[in-house]
Design a protein. Sequence first.
Length: 484
Amino acid sequence: MKKYVLVGVGGRSMMFTEAFVEKYKGISQIVAICDINNGRLDLAAKKLREVFPALKCYSAEKFDEMLTAHRPDTVIVATRDCSHDDYICRSLEAGCDVITEKPMTIDEKKCQRIVDTIKKTGRSVRVTFNYRYSPPRSQIKKLLMDGVIGKVLSVNLTWFLDTNHGADYFRRWHSNKENSGGLLVHKATHHFDLINWWLSSVPKTVFARGERVFYNAQQANRCGLSDHARRCLDCKLSDRCNFYLDMRHVPLIKELYLDNEKYDGYLRDLCIFRDDIDIEDLVGIVAQYRNGAILTYNLTAFSPWEGYRLDIQGTQGKLEQLCQETSYINGDGTVQGGFIAAGTSLKIYPHFQTPYEIPVWSGKGAHGGGDILMLDDIFGSPKEDPLKRVADYVQGAYSILLGVAANKSIKEGKMINIDDLVKDLPAPDFEIEQEDNEIIPFVKKTKLMSGGIETKANIPQKVYEKNTFPAGNLRIKHSDIVSI
Ligand SMILES: NC(=O)c1ccc[n+]([C@@H]2O[C@H](COP(=O)([O-])OP(=O)(O)OC[C@H]3O[C@@H](n4cnc5c(N)ncnc54)[C@H](O)[C@@H]3O)[C@@H](O)[C@H]2O)c1
């Protein structure tokens, strides 16, 4: 049995601890946990000891002692983003492999430290990009690999965090860049990783703009909420504020955070309108990829609905995905990021041909089914994956470097070269040399595009069913056009 330890036992860690005590209890063993908060440590230990009675708890200053005492194979890192690099590097130096939550880290210096330590120790770091495993997003990878729109020339992704989920980043530690890198790192690491992986390429340059336009004092004034307190618990405006969070009445949030404030003073219900927030709630970037594709990306955290709109255009047509998701806040006990079927669609517009709609792959559980599939890949018996969903430190690095460079661009007002940020970073194993040998066979124009969508009964669905991947490589087969 593989031996694990876990550092950081907050909301996200429960995905791992539940996996240890339920589905994977005979396969994987967790021997110790570590955190700065003794209350959360006790809470996690209580659950884990039902299956692992010998489990030990360590305070953060005894992290190295924990590694020496237990000699784990793998350390799972699920602390705040800003401390990932330190725990990753200390674990690697101690001879362990690492599984880290996203983002791998938050800036270029911390990233360099990880790159250098991996080079020195030869150990591995895996980043848990659950979004890649979410079926609708795996489906995009499969379609692009199959070349349904030819060579990708442009990507337009607009991500909407709603006034429930989006607002929650402004209450917690995430609301300061020194903890999270801001939404361009903390949140967009998922989105940029998807784009890198979908395109089998990495970004080269970026220009960005960002502001805090909604979760600020002006918006509080507009809503008649300028007399707000520093935190919800002390606020008299609860009956007039749609953002009011009463931690006393959300059992898991109470148990995890309110009941444990006495150990570290961390307040999980800070006012979203307060002045000391320094992350943006509106960002826009333009980036160019090494394969020439241009990305335009927009993220807002104050949308009335949660989800994204994706347009990818290629040499042979266009792919459009619309995904509406269920909204949640961390610790509220609901399924995180489930897809709402009625608001989710996938359409292909081949050049000069009738457009068609493809049924969207679906899954069960958190993040559109991604968490369950990813856990199976980590703790179960992983099979060869033609989609290459496992992400190593290089992919972890490129997913944050676009956000790190965007943060720099916002600050300095200029375009940033991503290659200048970190030295000795190899190309990701999915990157492919673009061969410009695409041949597009002539297919006579069938009708002029009028913008209408036809749902075709004869869509070649078997090509896109899950688990029917051709044995293959990741080369995008530009000449291998799916006939429609
Ligand atoms: N992949 C996903 O979908 C997903 C979802 C949520 C969170 N996350 C990631 O998981 C990580 C944890 O987020 P969370 O939502 O659980 O936050 P959280 O605040 O609920 O938990 C963080 C835990 O780390 C502990 N901690 C903080 N600093 C520490 C330090 N220096 N040493 C040891 N322990 C420390 C805190 O006491 C807390 O128990 C973050 O990196 C976040 O980005 C990923």
